[in-house]
Design a binder for this molecule. Structure first.
Ligand SMILES: *Cc1c(COP(=O)(O)O)cnc(C)c1O
Length: 435
């Protein structure tokens, strides 16, 4: 497997380089040079394959011989070790539940796959690899759980003080061992700026071998395409065309879906469902892309004003907006509409959506209303367990919800984090002192 940069199609790097460097020097994003279609036989046989077998076939199709087959098999069996069930909500809408992993958000798929890949590539290195990651909430928990106790790798997580939910904070700050939490008195953007500065800091580079685990890493994207095939397998018997509605922020999840379509997955349409941070739905409508500062909402994992994976979508479609529109439509909703949908799905169908999934559900309904003649089945991605957004969900439904054991156990654990002012030199000194 070889990869190029979205800013330089002549560049060729190995998977190892793309995974370990995360970003090409020209600030583009890595893309595979080829995303071949899977053989017809694969789709015919899909019902007979397990999720892990599907994941292996899809990974092998993109990654080719980048890894020995037995290594790839081991990585898949470690990383893809929990299910992705489609729960039927109505006779034409299902919820693809991506929250059955350790941190209860879909980011577990990417983080676990990436940690396995990085430890493999790091296997013969003597130096400790340090992964720096800034989080607005869910990424940190998934990365912490994914890399916990991984030999030769440590993780330093930066999160904005007071701006992540209580449960999210516990997920970052209670593991210990090779996971270090830094609480920054600033915003998510400040955390991200510190991570960027650390990467460019020659003093740190002398004593640390640094890498990044944010969502632009190709190792997080590849495994996110697996569950689109797994979902299709579960509804294939209905004999309808499938629409996927993807609650989107940085657009990594939906990009992986579009890649699945390029591999031959029969999908009628993808819906880019966002909150009022709507730069992509607006682009699909008007043909103009206008990034802007993000606006806070109750679906805060999608509060992104300049989605980093958007350039990958442009690349996948050779910048041709007409072909992008054939595969993808966009809808966006205000918090009030999100709450309305959470309430109505709960009272009409007894299903509790988290604020992100609710946006996906609502976009499907709107799509069906504007395309009534088509015989479609809609799947929205339920990207996190509703209990991760406990106060919003309980206040909206006016009811207390059951907290799964994984999250409930966190309540008794003690937070350990080092508090920093929004000042790079303090953070730098902390890193230098601990070497
Ligand atoms: C990260 C996240 C999203 C957005 O996913 P992208 O790949 O960034 O578009 C949506 N919902 C939840 C719960 C998330 O954690």
């Amino acid at each position: 497997m070889k990869l190029y940069s979205t800013n330089n199609k002549d560049l060729r790097v190995s998977l190892e380089e793309a995974v370990m460097n995360s970003l090409p020097a020209d600030k583009g994003l890595y893309m595979p040079t080829s995303i071949p279609a899977l053989p017809k036989a694969f789709f015919r046989e899909l019902e007979n394959l397990t999720f892990q077998e599907i994941a292996f076939a899809v990974a092998k199709n993109v990654m080719k011989d980048a890894l020995p087959t037995s290594v790839l098999e081991d990585i898949i069996s470690e990383a893809i070790s929990f299910p992705a069930p489609v729960e039927m909500i109505t006779d034409r809408i299902g919820s693809l539940e991506l929250f059955h992993g350790p941190s209860m958000a879909f980011k577990d798929f990417g983080a676990r796959f990436m940690s396995q890949l990085m430890s493999y590539f790091n296997r013969d290195k003597d130096d400790m690899l340090t992964i720096l990651v800034a989080t607005s909430g869910d990424t940190g928990g998934a990365v912490a759980a994914g890399f916990y106790d991984t030999p030769g790798i440590e993780v330093v997580i930066l999160y904005p003080s007071g701006k992540v939910s209580d449960l999210q904070e516990k997920q970052l700050t209670t593991l210990g061992k090779n996971i270090t939490a830094c609480e920054i008195q600033g915003t998510f953007d400040d955390c991200q700026a510190m991570v960027k500065q650390a990467f460019l800091d020659p003093d740190l580079r002398d004593s640390y071998s640094l890498s990044s685990a944010n969502s632009i890493n190709i190792a997080r994207l590849i495994p996110q395409s697996f569950y689109y095939f797994e979902a299709y397998k579960q509804v294939k018997g209905l004999g309808k065309e499938v629409v996927f509605s993807v609650p989107s922020g940085n657009f990594g999840n939906i990009t992986a879906g579009l890649m699945a379509k390029h591999m031959g997955l029969p999908v009628n349409r993808f819906i880019a469902a966002t909150n009022v941070n709507k730069v992509v739905p607006e682009y699909l409508d008007l043909g103009i892309y206008t990034p802007r500062p993000s606006i806070p909402t109750i679906s805060n994992a999608m509060d992104v004003g300049n989605p980093s994976n958007f350039v990958r979508i442009l690349d996948l479609y050779n910048n041709d907006i007409q072909s992008i529109r054939e595969d993808m439509v966009g809808y966006y909703y205000a918090d009030e509409e999100t709450r309305e949908t959470m309430k109505s799905v709960y009272s009409n169908h007894g299903y509790c959506c988290d604020p992100h999934g609710a946006i996906g559900y609502r976009a499907l309904e709107e799509y069906f209303n504007s395309n009534p003649e088509d015989d479609l089945f809609g799947i929205f991605l339920e990207t996190a367990h509703p209990a991760k957004f406990l106060s919003t969900v309980e206040a909206t439904l006016n009811e207390s919800i059951t907290i799964p054991e994984q999250l409930a156990d966190l309540a008794d654990k003690t937070k350990e984090a080092t508090l920093f002012q929004n000042d790079y030199s303090q953070f730098q000194q902390f890193l230098l002192d601990r070497k």
